[in-house]
Ligand binder design. Structure first.
Ligand SMILES: [Zn+2]
Length: 467
């Protein structure tokens, strides 16, 4: 690759993922990969750099999303006892899932992905389970809807780790329900063929990765999960594996009743789950389960806004931090989308539960610094993408914040991440780069109008009140 195809950027302040350079220079090659980072100015660097006055930070990986659920935002809130709990909300979700055709799913997903980039998420793990047609029949191309999700990611310019779900059972040893007919895979082999058809081998600079998502410990048997892992070990031994774990007490009780073990115990006793695994929620894991997840260096996927919206409960973050456990954040149901919003809700839940403000161990970092660094590190591990820090070999996924935005006036590198955290997301990045390409300039996504128009058409049809 010729040197002339590289681009160099100079930021007043550059957060690399655990420390700052002021100024910071980033060299990006023609594939959008970072090839150099320095804080030492030279006249040559100054001459060739495009300058940005502001705070630049790595784009945040979003470890857990079901994009289509955005269509339910605000339509499934409680009215008296209606939509009272997670299970009632899940019924509404199943209704929605049966009413969406592939172009609808693409339109909703593109809107959600555009909003993610504007809010600071530059890569996303899309946990995708709408494989079949609304009547439950497979599409001629079993990857039909997966390809729609990929097209939506292309439109938004976001990094995508596509995680098609393997959903074989509606509960422990129970068949899938009639309303879960779109989620079905015929067999583990059929599912592995679907993953294979999406291309599991990818170049580092590519924005797409494909991983596996056995839906939950209740949705697969031991044999099915073993067959899946064996198949993956042959085809793509490094591919990420994501699974829901213990979001609701009901899941823990079902597992104890039917299998005599808690969900995390069942998994840990049978499978060598490791750093390629992400266990989503883990809300009701006990201390032993959390210690085991931490010991094996798996990532916990926390989705604080969705978990709060659904009344799931609070994750035991301080206990997990004490085990040096790894975690990332996800937007899950996508009712509202924001990096600072997720981390802020996470932090405030912990503070309220303990009636104190110092919920993390004192390692010299502020709450904002600790949360952003942890979520970057866990998010990158979870998605299997070269992201989460600014260093050679990583993809150029960067957010740039205007130091004159009201939320940041007067702040410097010591307090910037805290100012962003407490803003709740009101202070969005003004420029966003994914893979060396600017997708948001001056707070506007390059394709936001066209994507929003398609989204509006679908939403108007879905929620038409005269129907
Ligand atoms: Zn989920």
């Amino acid at each position: 690759m010729s040197r002339s195809s590289n681009k160099t950027y100079r930021f007043s302040h550059l957060y690399r993922g655990d420390d700052w350079l002021s100024p910071g220079y980033v060299d990006v090659d023609a594939n959008g990969m970072i090839v150099g980072v320095t804080g030492v100015p030279t006249s040559e660097l100054e001459r060739r750099s495009e300058r940005f006055d502001g705070f630049a930070v790595p784009g945040m990986p979003n470890v857990h999303s079901h994009a289509y659920l955005r269509a339910l935002a605000g339509f499934a809130e409680p009215i008296g006892t209606r939509n009272r709990d997670f299970w009632a909300w899940r019924d509404r979700m199943y209704e929605l899932a049966l009413g969406l055709e592939p172009p609808d799913i693409e339109a909703i997903t593109a809107q959600v992905f555009v909003e993610m980039t504007k809010a600071g998420f530059t890569s996303v793990g899309e946990f995708h389970y709408l494989h079949r047609a609304p009547d439950g029949r497979p599409y001629a191309d079993p990857a039909e809807v997966s390809r729609r999700v990929i097209a939506a990611a292309d439109a938004a310019g976001i990094g995508l780790t596509l995680l098609p779900a393997l959903y074989m059972h509606g509960g422990v040893d129970a068949p899938l329900g009639e309303r879960q007919r779109r989620f079905a895979s015929g067999s583990v082999d059929e599912y592995l063929a679907l993953l294979g058809s999406l291309g599991m081998k990818r170049e580092p600079h590519e924005l797409l990765r494909v991983g596996a998502a056995p839906h939950s410990v209740r949705a697969v048997t031991e044999r099915e999960l073993r067959d899946l892992i064996d198949g993956l070990d042959r085809a793509a031994p490094a591919a990420p594996i994501h699974m829901h774990l213990a979001e609701q007490r009901g899941e823990v009780e079902e597992s104890l009743d039917r299998r005599g073990e808690r969900p995390g115990e069942w998994l840990a006793h049978r499978f060598a789950f490791s750093s390629r695994w992400t266990l989503v929620h883990a809300t009701h894991c006990d201390q032993n389960e959390l210690a085991e997840i931490a010991r094996r260096e798996a990532t916990v996927g926390l989705c604080p806004v969705t978990e709060a919206n659904l009344g799931d409960g609070l994750f035991a973050l301080p206990a997990y931090e004490a085990e040096r456990g790894r975690w990332g954040v996800g937007t899950d149901s996508n009712t509202a989308i924001g990096v600072a919003l997720e981390l802020g809700v996470l932090e405030y839940g912990q503070r309220s539960a303990r009636q104190r403000r110092d919920v993390h161990s004192d390692d010299g970092r502020s709450a904002g610094s600790l949360l952003f660094a942890s979520a970057l590190r866990g998010g990158a591990a979870s998605l299997g993408q070269p992201v989460g820090s600014v260093e050679p070999g990583k993809r150029a996924d960067l957010l740039v914040f205007d130091p004159n935005a009201p939320a940041f006036v007067g702040h410097d590198i010591d307090t910037f991440l805290d100012a962003w955290l407490v803003s709740g997301g009101a202070a969005a990045p003004s420029q966003v780069m994914v893979g060396g390409r600017w997708v948001v300039r001056d707070r506007r996504h390059l394709r936001e109008d066209e994507v929003a128009r398609r989204f509006a058409v679908v939403m108007s049809r879905l929620h038409r009140r005269d129907a």
